[in-house]
Design a protein around this ligand. Structure first.
Ligand code: PNS
Length: 161
């Protein structure tokens, strides 16, 4: 039986920290499905299609990773695609409380899906989509934090460069 993991998130936009985790997960599982949440309460900067394009470009060399989107409960989606694992990245201890809450709720909702926490490379331990957007909106340097294609799209969203 294939070991499928789902890596859910907003990915608004994908950062090098996300990519690092996808690469790491792809070595552990037969398939990694990167899943963008459709109906998030957050006001996204990029549309689902834009986020999908950026992710697809970023992971094109990882043969066993794919990108899709989902709405509704994550555990329902995981079960639908036959995933038994949810991957979440933990950067600093400050992430832990919220992630613990989500993991335990998801466990209550489905005992068939297990959450696995992973650590990105320490270079990315400070990195978040929110910070990257904020820096880019002021024209600050974000190279090395996101793929070049994402960097271009961010500046163009903010009518810079
Ligand atoms: O990148 P994010 O915004 O931290 O990702 C959050 C995400 C998408 C993993 C979370 O909001 C989610 O799973 N939403 C789907 C709805 C759901 O299943 N809620 C119950 C568990 S928290």
């Amino acid at each position: 039986m294939e070991n499928i993991a789902v890596y859910p998130g907003s990915f608004d936009p994908v950062t090098n920290g996300h990519i690092d985790l996808i690469q790491r997960s792809a070595t552990l599982f037969d398939k990694v499905v990167v899943a963008i949440l459709r109906n998030s309460g957050k006001m996204p900067l990029f549309s689902i299609d834009e986020r999908k394009e950026m992710l697809e470009m970023a992971i094109r060399e990882i043969g066993n990773a794919t990108v899709t989107d989902f709405s509704g409960l994550l555990v329902d989606f995981a079960e639908q695609i036959g995933a038994s694992v949810i991957i979440r990245g933990i950067r600093a201890i400050s992430d832990y409380e919220h992630e613990l809450q989500m993991a335990l709720i998801n466990r209550r909702l489905s005992s068939r899906v297990e959450t696995v926490f992973m650590l990105p490379a320490e270079t990315y331990s400070f990195l978040s989509s929110r910070l990257v957007k904020e820096i880019a909106s002021y024209g600050g340097a974000i190279s090395g934090l996101v793929p070049e294609d994402v960097e271009r799209r961010l500046y163009s969203k903010f009518n810079l460069k």
